[in-house]
Design a protein around this ligand. Structure first.
Ligand SMILES: [Zn+2]
Length: 277
């Protein structure tokens, strides 16, 4: 297997809150949920600290322990919570959170886990690949987006609406009937989507944070099939370039209403080695 990846922050001068980690047999991809200006939290740690600490812990877990992926994720969440529960108030619910994708290659099988709105695409050689994304956040968010989506990105009114929107969504986070992400509660791992597929049925796999999956979901630049072909032929950086180009063509979110002009975008592509020459 060949693993290629690319990750780009929303802005060159801001920290990238996505995390990618890989070994020869495992890949993890996390997307830290940005906290809009004005939203207060009793945790002193940054979103980047959270996604990178959880991501590296998760990679250590998946390398050192067998066992079901949700169990490894629960252990990693517990470990990271222990790192700051003595210094931060983690009971208020405002502490940093992240989506998680885990992919593990074992004898003859690929195990996968998806928690939150990052996307896993499995290329099984059919015209329509298998696309796995947890859409609970989208479903919860839809009725609360109207004001945000009606305002031009980059204006003070939009920023205010974004803060309100984030606070409203916070009430649904890691609750039954709401949506689930990695934060401080290890039980979130039980709410992840999981599966196993024989390795010989999978030609390639792509892992994308929502900032990159927007190429299909929001901007409709390609189909999932075409996206896999771009990744195989031109690599992950090319996909992110296409996403940025679309965003630059619509800086105020008139064509594609969104929370921010750009988002951190990360892509991992696991495929068979390219023939050269
Ligand atoms: Zn903290």
């Amino acid at each position: 297997m060949r693993i290629a990846f690319a990750s780009e922050p929303a802005h060159p001068d801001r920290p990238n809150e996505d995390f990618i980690g890989a070994t020869a047999d495992a890949v993890v991809l996390l997307d830290g949920a940005s906290i809009p200006p004005g939203v207060t939290t009793a945790c002193s740690h940054s979103v980047r600290w959270y996604s990178h600490t959880l991501g590296s812990t998760l990679l250590a877990e998946i390398t050192q322990h067998a066992g079901p992926l949700p169990q490894l994720l629960a252990q990693a969440i517990k470990h990271v919570t222990a790192l700051h529960e003595a210094t931060c108030d983690l009971t208020g619910g405002g502490s940093p959170s992240a989506t998680v994708i885990m992919l593990r290659h074992t004898a003859g099988h690929l195990d996968w886990l998806v928690l939150g709105d990052s996307t896993l695409v499995l290329d099984t050689g059919t015209p329509d690949p298998i696309v796995i994304c947890d859409d609970r956040l989208d479903q919860i968010a839809a009725p609360h987006r109207a004001r945000l989506d009606s305002l031009p990105v980059g204006t003070p009114d939009h920023a205010e609406a974004r803060r309100e929107y984030a606070e409203t969504l916070g009430k649904y986070r890691n609750r039954d009937g709401g949506f689930w992400v990695a934060s401080t509660d290890p039980h979130a791992a039980d709410h992840a989507l999981t599966g196993t597929i024989p390795t010989n049925q999978v030609r390639a796999a792509a892992l994308l944070t929502d900032g990159a999956a927007d190429a299909v979901n929001r901007y409709h630049l390609t189909t999932w099939r075409q996206l896999l072909d771009v990744l195989a032929q031109d690599g992950p950086a090319e996909l992110i370039r296409n996403v940025r180009e679309a965003e630059r063509s619509d800086p105020h979110g008139e064509r594609w209403p969104r929370s921010k002009p750009h988002d951190d975008a990360s892509v991992v592509y696991c495929g068979r080695a390219h023939k050269t020459g």
